[in-house]
Design a protein around this ligand. Structure first.
Ligand SMILES: *Cc1c(COP(=O)(O)O)cnc(C)c1O
Length: 361
Protein backbone atom coordinates (compact mmCIF):
# COMPACT_ATOMS: atom_id res chain seq x y z
CA UNK A 1 0.00 0.00 0.00
CA UNK A 2 1.25 3.47 -0.88
CA UNK A 3 1.70 6.12 1.76
CA UNK A 4 -0.61 9.09 1.57
CA UNK A 5 0.39 11.84 -0.83
CA UNK A 6 2.09 9.54 -3.32
CA UNK A 7 -0.67 8.71 -5.77
CA UNK A 8 -0.38 10.99 -8.83
CA UNK A 9 -2.34 9.04 -11.43
CA UNK A 10 -4.62 11.35 -13.47
CA UNK A 11 -7.68 9.46 -12.33
CA UNK A 12 -8.40 7.91 -9.99
CA UNK A 13 -6.77 10.47 -7.78
CA UNK A 14 -5.81 10.35 -4.14
CA UNK A 15 -8.76 10.42 -1.73
CA UNK A 16 -8.62 12.02 1.72
CA UNK A 17 -9.02 9.59 4.66
CA UNK A 18 -12.02 11.57 5.96
CA UNK A 19 -13.79 10.71 2.74
CA UNK A 20 -12.98 7.02 3.00
CA UNK A 21 -14.35 7.09 6.54
CA UNK A 22 -17.57 8.78 5.40
CA UNK A 23 -18.16 5.79 3.15
CA UNK A 24 -18.12 3.40 6.10
CA UNK A 25 -21.34 4.82 7.60
CA UNK A 26 -24.35 2.49 7.93
CA UNK A 27 -26.78 2.45 5.01
CA UNK A 28 -29.85 4.63 4.93
CA UNK A 29 -32.98 3.94 2.92
CA UNK A 30 -32.99 6.01 -0.26
CA UNK A 31 -36.69 6.91 -0.22
CA UNK A 32 -36.50 8.94 2.96
CA UNK A 33 -36.40 12.64 3.89
CA UNK A 34 -32.80 12.11 5.08
CA UNK A 35 -31.68 11.07 1.61
CA UNK A 36 -33.77 13.79 -0.02
CA UNK A 37 -32.03 16.38 2.15
CA UNK A 38 -28.64 14.94 1.14
CA UNK A 39 -29.61 15.02 -2.55
CA UNK A 40 -30.77 18.63 -2.20
CA UNK A 41 -27.42 19.59 -0.69
CA UNK A 42 -25.27 17.82 -3.27
CA UNK A 43 -27.37 19.05 -6.20
CA UNK A 44 -27.04 22.66 -5.07
CA UNK A 45 -23.29 22.39 -4.57
CA UNK A 46 -22.72 20.51 -7.84
CA UNK A 47 -24.64 23.33 -9.54
CA UNK A 48 -22.09 25.83 -8.20
CA UNK A 49 -19.22 23.64 -9.41
CA UNK A 50 -20.77 23.31 -12.88
CA UNK A 51 -22.04 26.88 -13.11
CA UNK A 52 -25.67 25.96 -13.62
CA UNK A 53 -28.99 26.68 -11.95
CA UNK A 54 -30.37 23.42 -13.33
CA UNK A 55 -30.01 20.12 -11.48
CA UNK A 56 -26.78 18.16 -12.03
CA UNK A 57 -27.74 14.51 -12.25
CA UNK A 58 -25.77 11.91 -10.33
CA UNK A 59 -25.46 8.62 -12.21
CA UNK A 60 -24.05 5.46 -10.67
CA UNK A 61 -21.23 4.37 -12.97
CA UNK A 62 -18.08 5.95 -14.35
CA UNK A 63 -17.75 9.11 -16.43
CA UNK A 64 -18.35 7.18 -19.64
CA UNK A 65 -21.91 6.47 -18.46
CA UNK A 66 -22.60 10.19 -18.08
CA UNK A 67 -21.04 10.80 -21.52
CA UNK A 68 -23.36 8.21 -23.04
CA UNK A 69 -26.37 9.81 -21.32
CA UNK A 70 -25.43 13.15 -22.91
CA UNK A 71 -25.02 11.62 -26.39
CA UNK A 72 -28.25 9.63 -26.20
CA UNK A 73 -30.37 12.53 -24.99
CA UNK A 74 -28.52 15.43 -26.59
CA UNK A 75 -27.66 14.45 -30.16
CA UNK A 76 -29.71 13.29 -33.12
CA UNK A 77 -27.88 12.17 -36.27
CA UNK A 78 -24.75 14.08 -37.13
CA UNK A 79 -22.21 15.43 -34.67
CA UNK A 80 -18.93 17.32 -34.89
CA UNK A 81 -16.28 15.95 -32.53
CA UNK A 82 -13.36 18.17 -31.57
CA UNK A 83 -10.54 15.76 -30.85
CA UNK A 84 -7.42 16.89 -28.99
CA UNK A 85 -6.25 13.44 -27.99
CA UNK A 86 -7.27 9.98 -26.91
CA UNK A 87 -10.20 11.03 -24.72
CA UNK A 88 -11.65 13.20 -27.48
CA UNK A 89 -11.42 10.17 -29.73
CA UNK A 90 -13.25 8.04 -27.15
CA UNK A 91 -16.11 10.57 -27.06
CA UNK A 92 -16.31 10.41 -30.88
CA UNK A 93 -16.32 6.59 -30.87
CA UNK A 94 -18.98 6.54 -28.16
CA UNK A 95 -21.21 8.66 -30.42
CA UNK A 96 -20.55 6.27 -33.32
CA UNK A 97 -21.49 3.33 -31.13
CA UNK A 98 -24.82 5.11 -30.53
CA UNK A 99 -25.35 5.28 -34.33
CA UNK A 100 -24.43 8.94 -34.71
CA UNK A 101 -22.51 9.99 -37.79
CA UNK A 102 -19.34 11.70 -36.58
CA UNK A 103 -17.07 14.22 -38.29
CA UNK A 104 -13.78 14.78 -36.47
CA UNK A 105 -11.65 17.90 -36.17
CA UNK A 106 -8.11 17.10 -35.03
CA UNK A 107 -4.90 18.92 -34.24
CA UNK A 108 -1.29 18.05 -33.39
CA UNK A 109 -0.79 16.57 -29.91
CA UNK A 110 -0.39 19.22 -27.24
CA UNK A 111 -2.38 21.77 -29.24
CA UNK A 112 -6.07 22.66 -29.45
CA UNK A 113 -8.12 23.03 -32.63
CA UNK A 114 -8.26 26.76 -33.55
CA UNK A 115 -11.73 28.34 -33.30
CA UNK A 116 -11.57 29.40 -37.00
CA UNK A 117 -11.42 25.77 -38.03
CA UNK A 118 -14.38 24.96 -35.78
CA UNK A 119 -16.37 27.86 -37.28
CA UNK A 120 -15.61 26.62 -40.82
CA UNK A 121 -16.50 23.05 -39.99
CA UNK A 122 -19.80 24.10 -38.41
CA UNK A 123 -20.63 26.12 -41.53
CA UNK A 124 -19.77 23.29 -43.90
CA UNK A 125 -22.04 20.62 -42.50
CA UNK A 126 -25.36 20.32 -40.74
CA UNK A 127 -24.49 19.21 -37.23
CA UNK A 128 -27.02 18.80 -34.45
CA UNK A 129 -24.36 18.64 -31.73
CA UNK A 130 -20.73 19.45 -31.05
CA UNK A 131 -18.71 17.17 -28.77
CA UNK A 132 -15.80 18.71 -26.94
CA UNK A 133 -13.42 17.54 -24.25
CA UNK A 134 -12.93 20.34 -21.73
CA UNK A 135 -9.67 18.97 -20.36
CA UNK A 136 -7.90 16.40 -22.57
CA UNK A 137 -6.33 14.07 -20.02
CA UNK A 138 -4.12 12.31 -22.58
CA UNK A 139 -2.11 15.40 -23.56
CA UNK A 140 -2.93 17.84 -20.76
CA UNK A 141 -4.61 20.61 -22.75
CA UNK A 142 -7.69 22.71 -22.00
CA UNK A 143 -10.21 23.65 -24.68
CA UNK A 144 -11.87 27.06 -24.98
CA UNK A 145 -15.36 25.77 -24.25
CA UNK A 146 -16.87 29.25 -24.08
CA UNK A 147 -15.48 30.02 -27.55
CA UNK A 148 -16.71 26.72 -28.97
CA UNK A 149 -20.18 27.16 -27.44
CA UNK A 150 -20.45 30.71 -28.81
CA UNK A 151 -19.81 29.40 -32.33
CA UNK A 152 -22.24 26.51 -31.96
CA UNK A 153 -24.99 28.84 -30.69
CA UNK A 154 -24.72 30.82 -33.93
CA UNK A 155 -25.98 27.72 -35.75
CA UNK A 156 -29.54 26.42 -35.75
CA UNK A 157 -30.27 23.93 -33.03
CA UNK A 158 -26.72 22.69 -32.50
CA UNK A 159 -26.19 21.53 -28.93
CA UNK A 160 -22.84 21.56 -27.13
CA UNK A 161 -21.92 18.44 -25.16
CA UNK A 162 -18.84 18.72 -22.99
CA UNK A 163 -16.73 16.02 -21.34
CA UNK A 164 -15.25 17.68 -18.26
CA UNK A 165 -14.39 14.40 -16.53
CA UNK A 166 -10.92 15.64 -15.57
CA UNK A 167 -11.87 19.32 -15.42
CA UNK A 168 -14.78 19.71 -13.02
CA UNK A 169 -13.57 20.50 -9.52
CA UNK A 170 -10.20 21.72 -10.78
CA UNK A 171 -11.15 24.59 -13.06
CA UNK A 172 -13.95 27.03 -13.66
CA UNK A 173 -17.04 25.88 -15.53
CA UNK A 174 -19.88 28.23 -16.44
CA UNK A 175 -22.35 25.87 -18.03
CA UNK A 176 -25.25 28.35 -18.18
CA UNK A 177 -23.08 31.39 -18.84
CA UNK A 178 -21.23 29.74 -21.72
CA UNK A 179 -24.41 28.29 -23.21
CA UNK A 180 -23.34 24.66 -22.90
CA UNK A 181 -26.03 21.95 -23.05
CA UNK A 182 -24.32 19.14 -21.18
CA UNK A 183 -21.34 19.06 -18.86
CA UNK A 184 -20.45 15.57 -17.76
CA UNK A 185 -17.90 14.52 -15.20
CA UNK A 186 -16.99 11.76 -12.77
CA UNK A 187 -16.14 11.42 -9.12
CA UNK A 188 -12.54 10.14 -9.29
CA UNK A 189 -10.68 13.04 -10.85
CA UNK A 190 -10.48 16.69 -9.79
CA UNK A 191 -13.47 16.36 -7.48
CA UNK A 192 -11.29 14.05 -5.39
CA UNK A 193 -13.55 11.09 -4.65
CA UNK A 194 -13.30 7.36 -5.29
CA UNK A 195 -14.57 6.17 -8.70
CA UNK A 196 -18.20 5.16 -9.15
CA UNK A 197 -20.25 8.29 -9.81
CA UNK A 198 -20.91 10.12 -13.05
CA UNK A 199 -22.34 13.64 -13.12
CA UNK A 200 -24.41 15.25 -15.84
CA UNK A 201 -25.54 18.85 -15.90
CA UNK A 202 -28.01 19.29 -18.76
CA UNK A 203 -29.70 22.34 -20.25
CA UNK A 204 -33.42 22.83 -20.77
CA UNK A 205 -32.71 22.72 -24.53
CA UNK A 206 -31.24 19.24 -24.13
CA UNK A 207 -34.21 18.07 -22.07
CA UNK A 208 -36.61 19.44 -24.70
CA UNK A 209 -34.73 17.52 -27.37
CA UNK A 210 -34.48 14.31 -25.36
CA UNK A 211 -38.24 14.34 -24.80
CA UNK A 212 -38.80 14.02 -28.57
CA UNK A 213 -36.48 11.03 -28.93
CA UNK A 214 -37.65 7.44 -28.91
CA UNK A 215 -35.24 4.66 -28.09
CA UNK A 216 -33.83 6.36 -24.98
CA UNK A 217 -33.35 3.13 -23.06
CA UNK A 218 -33.77 3.12 -19.30
CA UNK A 219 -30.66 3.53 -17.18
CA UNK A 220 -29.15 6.41 -19.16
CA UNK A 221 -32.45 8.09 -19.99
CA UNK A 222 -31.99 11.71 -18.94
CA UNK A 223 -35.77 12.15 -18.68
CA UNK A 224 -35.92 9.72 -15.78
CA UNK A 225 -33.22 11.65 -13.94
CA UNK A 226 -35.13 14.87 -14.62
CA UNK A 227 -38.34 13.38 -13.26
CA UNK A 228 -36.73 12.15 -10.03
CA UNK A 229 -34.66 15.30 -9.57
CA UNK A 230 -37.97 17.08 -9.04
CA UNK A 231 -38.37 14.97 -5.89
CA UNK A 232 -34.68 15.11 -4.86
CA UNK A 233 -34.42 11.41 -5.55
CA UNK A 234 -32.65 9.12 -7.98
CA UNK A 235 -34.56 6.80 -10.32
CA UNK A 236 -32.84 3.65 -9.04
CA UNK A 237 -30.97 2.70 -5.86
CA UNK A 238 -28.09 5.19 -5.65
CA UNK A 239 -24.51 4.34 -4.64
CA UNK A 240 -25.23 5.39 -1.06
CA UNK A 241 -21.66 5.23 0.36
CA UNK A 242 -20.43 7.35 -2.55
CA UNK A 243 -23.21 9.85 -1.90
CA UNK A 244 -22.04 10.16 1.72
CA UNK A 245 -18.56 10.81 0.35
CA UNK A 246 -19.84 13.31 -2.21
CA UNK A 247 -21.81 15.21 0.43
CA UNK A 248 -18.71 15.45 2.61
CA UNK A 249 -16.35 16.42 -0.21
CA UNK A 250 -18.60 19.10 -1.69
CA UNK A 251 -18.85 20.75 1.73
CA UNK A 252 -15.03 20.57 1.95
CA UNK A 253 -14.67 22.15 -1.51
CA UNK A 254 -17.11 24.92 -0.57
CA UNK A 255 -15.05 25.64 2.52
CA UNK A 256 -11.82 25.78 0.54
CA UNK A 257 -13.69 28.10 -1.90
CA UNK A 258 -13.59 27.65 -5.65
CA UNK A 259 -11.19 30.53 -6.39
CA UNK A 260 -8.64 29.05 -3.98
CA UNK A 261 -9.13 25.53 -5.26
CA UNK A 262 -8.67 26.62 -8.88
CA UNK A 263 -5.63 28.76 -7.99
CA UNK A 264 -4.07 25.77 -6.21
CA UNK A 265 -4.50 23.71 -9.38
CA UNK A 266 -2.92 26.43 -11.53
CA UNK A 267 -0.02 26.68 -9.08
CA UNK A 268 0.54 22.91 -9.34
CA UNK A 269 0.49 23.13 -13.15
CA UNK A 270 3.00 25.99 -13.13
CA UNK A 271 5.32 24.20 -10.71
CA UNK A 272 5.16 21.01 -12.76
CA UNK A 273 5.86 22.87 -16.03
CA UNK A 274 8.76 24.81 -14.48
CA UNK A 275 10.25 21.57 -13.13
CA UNK A 276 9.95 19.90 -16.55
CA UNK A 277 11.67 22.79 -18.35
CA UNK A 278 14.46 22.72 -15.80
CA UNK A 279 14.86 18.94 -16.13
CA UNK A 280 14.90 19.32 -19.92
CA UNK A 281 17.67 21.91 -19.72
CA UNK A 282 19.64 19.55 -17.46
CA UNK A 283 19.53 16.97 -20.27
CA UNK A 284 17.26 14.54 -18.45
CA UNK A 285 15.36 13.65 -21.63
CA UNK A 286 11.97 15.12 -20.77
CA UNK A 287 9.77 17.77 -22.40
CA UNK A 288 6.24 19.08 -22.07
CA UNK A 289 3.57 17.76 -24.43
CA UNK A 290 1.17 20.71 -24.10
CA UNK A 291 1.82 24.17 -25.42
CA UNK A 292 2.10 26.48 -22.42
CA UNK A 293 -0.88 28.70 -23.35
CA UNK A 294 -3.30 25.76 -23.32
CA UNK A 295 -1.74 23.70 -20.49
CA UNK A 296 -4.13 21.94 -18.14
CA UNK A 297 -4.33 22.82 -14.43
CA UNK A 298 -5.15 19.21 -13.50
CA UNK A 299 -2.77 17.01 -15.51
CA UNK A 300 0.67 17.40 -17.11
CA UNK A 301 1.86 15.04 -19.83
CA UNK A 302 5.64 14.79 -20.14
CA UNK A 303 7.46 13.19 -23.05
CA UNK A 304 10.13 10.64 -22.14
CA UNK A 305 12.14 8.24 -24.31
CA UNK A 306 10.45 5.21 -22.78
CA UNK A 307 8.08 5.44 -19.82
CA UNK A 308 8.34 1.84 -18.54
CA UNK A 309 11.62 2.21 -16.59
CA UNK A 310 10.56 5.59 -15.18
CA UNK A 311 7.20 4.34 -13.91
CA UNK A 312 8.77 1.18 -12.46
CA UNK A 313 11.51 3.12 -10.66
CA UNK A 314 8.97 5.55 -9.22
CA UNK A 315 6.78 2.67 -8.06
CA UNK A 316 9.80 1.12 -6.35
CA UNK A 317 10.16 4.39 -4.44
CA UNK A 318 6.50 4.33 -3.45
CA UNK A 319 5.03 6.72 -6.05
CA UNK A 320 2.40 5.91 -8.63
CA UNK A 321 2.31 8.09 -11.78
CA UNK A 322 0.23 7.76 -14.92
CA UNK A 323 1.52 6.19 -18.12
CA UNK A 324 0.81 7.53 -21.58
CA UNK A 325 -2.39 7.39 -23.59
CA UNK A 326 -3.03 6.98 -27.32
CA UNK A 327 -0.05 7.76 -29.54
CA UNK A 328 1.99 8.67 -26.46
CA UNK A 329 1.25 5.39 -24.67
CA UNK A 330 4.94 4.42 -24.27
CA UNK A 331 6.58 7.81 -24.70
CA UNK A 332 4.97 9.93 -22.02
CA UNK A 333 4.26 9.94 -18.33
CA UNK A 334 1.31 11.85 -16.92
CA UNK A 335 1.16 13.57 -13.57
CA UNK A 336 -2.30 14.02 -12.12
CA UNK A 337 -2.10 17.13 -9.93
CA UNK A 338 -5.79 17.25 -9.25
CA UNK A 339 -8.28 16.97 -6.43
CA UNK A 340 -6.68 17.64 -3.07
CA UNK A 341 -3.00 17.42 -4.03
CA UNK A 342 -0.77 20.33 -3.04
CA UNK A 343 2.19 22.13 -4.59
CA UNK A 344 4.33 20.94 -1.68
CA UNK A 345 3.36 17.29 -2.09
CA UNK A 346 3.87 17.42 -5.83
CA UNK A 347 7.26 19.14 -5.57
CA UNK A 348 8.45 16.44 -3.15
CA UNK A 349 7.42 13.83 -5.72
CA UNK A 350 9.20 15.73 -8.53
CA UNK A 351 12.43 15.71 -6.49
CA UNK A 352 12.25 11.92 -6.41
CA UNK A 353 11.43 11.84 -10.13
CA UNK A 354 14.50 13.95 -10.85
CA UNK A 355 16.65 11.43 -9.01
CA UNK A 356 15.09 8.60 -11.00
CA UNK A 357 15.77 10.37 -14.31
CA UNK A 358 19.38 11.00 -13.32
CA UNK A 359 19.85 7.28 -12.62
CA UNK A 360 18.34 6.35 -15.99
CA UNK A 361 20.44 8.88 -17.94
C1 LIG B 1 -11.04 9.63 -17.21
C2 LIG B 1 -11.69 10.29 -18.37
C3 LIG B 1 -12.78 9.71 -19.05
C4 LIG B 1 -13.29 8.34 -18.71
O1 LIG B 1 -13.90 8.36 -17.51
P1 LIG B 1 -14.37 6.98 -16.79
O2 LIG B 1 -14.82 7.50 -15.46
O3 LIG B 1 -13.18 6.08 -16.74
O4 LIG B 1 -15.47 6.42 -17.60
C5 LIG B 1 -13.37 10.40 -20.07
N1 LIG B 1 -12.91 11.60 -20.45
C6 LIG B 1 -11.86 12.19 -19.85
C7 LIG B 1 -11.41 13.53 -20.32
C8 LIG B 1 -11.22 11.56 -18.80
O5 LIG B 1 -10.18 12.15 -18.18
Amino acid sequence: MLERGRFFVPGPTEVRPEILQAMARPMIFHRTPEMEALMRRVTARLGVLFGTRRPVHVVGGSGTGAMELAIRGGSLRRVLAIVHGDFGERFAKLAESCDREVARLKCPLGETVPLDQIRDALASGRFDAVLATHNETATGVVADIEGIATLARERDDCLVLVDSVSGAGGMQIEMDGWGVDAVVSASQKAIGLPPGLGFAGVSQRLVDRARTLGDRGTYLDVMRYEEFAGKNQSPTTPAIPLLFALDEQLAFIEKETLPKRFARHVAMMEACAAWTRKAESLGLGVSLVARQQVASPTVTAIRVTANGPVLDAMRAKGFELGGGQGELVKTSIRIGHMGDHTVGGMSAMLDVLEGVLREIH
